[in-house]
Design a protein around this ligand. Structure first.
Ligand SMILES: [Zn+2]
Length: 275
């Protein structure tokens, strides 16, 4: 691969990229690689009392601050949060984005996921994966000669099939960076998500305490990933390493886009664990 790998994360909401791929994004930036975090929707639905028109600007600023923590570009598009559908318009916007940013790796949601917006983005990326190479489709932006590798973000859904962990990375070293990014999404972590989980009374006042709180919240959220894949991890990486691994990101390579060989996988996932 001649070019320095570029990472594009296409999430549905302004905090999805950080939550699901903050570890890999941090690793890319630490290697000086360009990273772009996109929220396809405007985030206007993510609150219990702030009005949607306020949220749009607020969440755009929060996402920009989160991206800045690792020096990634952050972009929040204006499709409606909570009402996203896998339309031709969204697909074309994604084709345009992939052609312009020219990532070697695109990460997105699977099409089986609890959230309709996530499913819609996953569907649109799947539908765009090959089309990015077809010149007569979105003909105002030059088509790519090679489509990028597309991989699915970590999730624990099981129907119709659990995510196949083609790639596993240990993100213990990146937990602080991820917590720092997530803590920028203040309207979410300290307000909306805390409200939804009925833990508003546990959010501390001080800034340092808040950061610790996010760190613990996120660790609790993602610990089940390694637990779910424990047997596989121990089998692949040995009881010592795989058996004790606590925080991971695992990705499934999409079969609808470029299929990476072993060397390409190691370039795209620089600290992936070799089985
Ligand atoms: Zn989301």
């Amino acid at each position: 691969m001649p070019d320095e790998p570029r990472l594009l994360v296409l999430g549905a909401h302004p905090d999805d990229a950080e939550f699901h791929a903050g570890g890999l994004a941090t690793i890319y930036r630490s290697l000086g690689r360009p990273v772009k975090l996109v929220s396809v929707t405007d985030g206007a639905a993510g609150h219990h009392w702030r009005p949607p028109e306020e949220l749009i600007g607020l969440r755009r600023r929060e996402a920009a601050a989160a991206g800045a923590v690792i020096g990634a570009t952050s972009e929040t598009w204006d499709f409606p949060d909570g009402r996203l559908e896998p339309t031709l318009e969204v697909r074309q916007r994604i084709i345009r984005e992939i052609r312009q940013f020219q990532p070697q790796l695109v990460l997105t949601h699977r099409t089986c996921d609890y959230h309709p917006d996530h499913r819609a983005v996953g569907q649109c990326v799947q539908d765009a994966s090959y089309m990015v190479t077809v010149p007569h489709v979105v003909s105002d932006v030059a088509a790519l000669r090679k489509d990028p590798v597309v991989a699915y973000l970590p999730d624990l859904f099981t129907r119709p099939a659990p995510l196949r962990a083609d790639i596993v990375i240990d993100i213990a070293q990146q937990m602080e960076s991820i917590a720092g990014m997530l803590a920028c999404h203040r309207s979410q972590l300290f307000e909306w998500l805390a409200y939804e989980e009925d833990i508003l009374d546990t959010v501390p006042d001080g800034e340092a305490e808040k950061l610790d709180w996010v760190h613990r919240w996120f660790a609790n959220k993602i610990r089940p990933r390694a637990q779910r894949y424990r047997e596989e991890l121990a089998g692949r990486y040995g009881k010592q390493r795989g058996g004790l691994m606590e925080f991971i990101e695992m990705f499934e390579i999409s079969e609808y886009a470029r299929q990476p060989d072993g060397e390409t996988r190691r370039q795209l996932f620089p600290n992936m664990l070799d089985g």
